[in-house]
Design a protein around this ligand. Structure first.
Ligand code: HXC
Length: 518
């Protein structure tokens, strides 16, 4: 046989084996409503761009007596998404339950090291039974190796986890550290200890779904930044996300051509009527965000968790921007523990990856109550303060209405480090709102008034208070607010401010790292 024939024969046999294995995998995954490891990669990456590494790696734990399939239950390699380089690993649940042993782990670690060396994002597709029981301590060693890679890559390359099946025990360590975690409805779950152990140790009966299903992690724990209605939707969300991000911390996010109107448009004018007449009436901050961002388009992060604060990625004049906004529609946009932690982590991510932060403020303050105090709002709520204060990316703040007390200080005030603060004429920048302040300030006067006059007196005092504090001009007189703008000019002024800050510099003393309250 000639060399050429030999090569062709080997290639044909290899192709046949791959097709057979993929067919078996597809049969087992599709009945569960899941795709195979390779199908997922094909959906994620640009067609034909995937370069597989370590296809022939097999585990060396021969004495365990388990099969030694090529690839060892994980597909690793690199390719492109929208023409930009990414690295990927994808668990193959149909091979040894996608469990991680030494060979599997070494493949994942290798692709991570490669991603770090070329400075590109890593997308990990998780669908695994966890640590490979037959490989004992080696499995644990590789979970630790991977977790350490995740930590060292944090703030250097974007890291994204897709959870597309079981993710339990040691498997949760890596997604817990990565920047974004995306789950899939009905087919994914995450927990440290499963229902059987919970039942045996705690006597609590719970299903996997109730313990760590997508709804739990999207709404209650905040572990999931998005839940796809199916695997395609989850992957599509990740592709969109990548479009807003730079490849690494030394790079800048991609800039898209934008042909927006530089003047005030009909849509902009609608903002002049957004703030309702009554101070207790709510409105949807999404309307404001939509009006300001290019094409009214943005990707919400954590849409179902701590809905009192909105975190989103969008663009202004084609440049990526991170939006952090109080949502008056939910709990009056108050800051609580969940909102603080959600926004703090988002701001820290955007700061690490050079994405400017655009804040829309309408905040009545921090949420009072025994529950919040006992759950640690002092220690946990301050994370948002820390995140804003330590960030060095351009920061622009638009105050739409309430800017009360501690909430005002934290949500991108001038003093916490905003480069530009704009206020609408409807802004109320004060220690507290009139309804709280008047009974407190005028307790004696109100008590001394005849009961029949008290309501009228209170109304008058409230009106006086509003005239004095319920506006942005006191803050503007101190230079805490740089400009008072018509709401309809917000898009235009934000674009100008961001353009002026594109070359922002910052200097701070070198240090090993700060010590954010955890
Ligand atoms: C070896 C495993 C495995 C594992 C699954 N398999 N998990 N093999 N080690 N951890 C194998 C099964 O034996 C089976 O092989 C095949 O994968 C498919 O598994 P099934 O159980 O048939 O699938 P399913 O019914 O869908 O159940 C999925 C599952 C279950 C719930 C994930 O497989 C399971 O409970 N696995 C064990 C989970 C676990 O305890 N992991 C260790 C966590 S401790 P065959 O040959 O029958 O097809 C941990 C600590 C690490 O991770 C600490 C690191 C710091």
């Amino acid at each position: 046989m000639s060399t050429a024939d030999r090569i062709a024969d080997l290639a044909a046999r290899h192709e046949e084996a791959v097709v057979l294995a993929e067919k078996k995998a597809a049969d087992r995954q599709h009945v569960k409503g899941k795709l195979t490891a390779r199908e997922r990669i094909d959906l994620l990456l640009d067609p034909g761009s995937f370069v597989e590494l370590d296809e022939f790696v097999r585990h060396r734990t021969v004495e365990a007596g388990i099969p030694r399939p090529y690839g060892d239950g994980v597909v690793t390699g690199h390719g492109t998404v929208d023409g930009r380089q990414v690295c990927v690993f994808s668990h193959d649940f149909t091979t040894l339950g996608g469990s991680m042993g030494e060979a599997f782990g070494s493949k994942v670690v290798k692709i991570y090291d490669f991603a770090m060396s070329i400075g590109c994002p890593v997308i990990g597709i998780n669908d695994s039974g966890g640590a490979r029981i037959q490989e004992g301590v080696m499995s644990i060693a590789y979970y630790t190796e991977l977790g350490v890679r995740n930590v060292h890559s944090s703030g250097v390359i974007p890291q994204i986890s897709l959870i597309m099946g079981p993710c339990a025990g040691g498997s949760v360590y890596s997604p817990a550290i990565t920047d974004f975690t995306v789950m899939v409805q009905d087919t994914s779950y995450m927990f440290v200890t499963g229902p059987e152990v919970v039942s045996a140790v705690m006597g609590e009966r719970v299903t996997a779904e109730q313990l760590g299903g997508p709804a739990v992690h999207a709404e209650v724990t905040g572990n999931a930044h998005y839940v796809g209605e199916d695997e395609r939707d989850a992957i599509s969300w990740v592709q969109t996300l990548l479009g807003y991000l730079p490849s690494n911390n030394l790079d800048t996010p991609p800039v898209y051509h934008h042909t927006g109107d530089p003047g005030v448009t009909e849509e902009d004018l609608a903002l002049d009527a957004v703030i309702p007449d009554g101070e207790q009436q709510v409105y949807d901050m999404a309307d404001v965000i939509t009006a300001v961002l290019d094409d009214g388009d943005y990707l919400e992060i954590h849409p179902d968790f701590a809905r009192n604060i909105i975190c989103a990625l969008g663009r202004v004049e084609g440049h990526s921007v991170a939006v952090v906004a109080n949502q008056p529609n939910h709990l009056a946009g108050v800051l609580d523990i969940d909102a603080s932690e959600k926004a703090a982590r988002f701001i820290r991510f955007c700061d690490a990856f050079s994405i400017p932060v655009l804040t829309f403020m309408d905040v009545p303050g921090y949420l009072p109550g025994v529950q919040q105090e006992h759950q640690g709002i002092i220690r946990r709520g301050i994370k948002l303060f820390y995140a804003y204060a330590e960030s060095t990316v351009p920061k622009i703040t638009v105050i739409t209405r309430k800017a009360y007390g501690g909430g005002y200080a934290v949500m991108g005030s001038r003093q916490i480090g905003a480069d530009r603060v704009m206020a609408w004429p409807t802004a109320e920048i004060a220690v507290m709102g009139a309804r709280s302040a008047v009974p407190f300030l005028h307790r004696r006067e109100l008590a001394a008034a005849p009961p029949e006059d008290r309501a009228e007196l209170k109304d008058r005092l409230t009106e006086d208070y509003r005239r004095r504090f319920g506006n942005p001009y006191e803050a503007a007189a101190h230079g805490y607010v740089d400009m008072v703008i018509q709401p309809s000019r917000t898009r235009v002024e934000v674009a100008k401010a961001l353009a002026s800050l594109r070359n922002k510099r910052h200097t701070r003393p070198e240090r090993k790292h700060g010590n954010i309250p955890l």
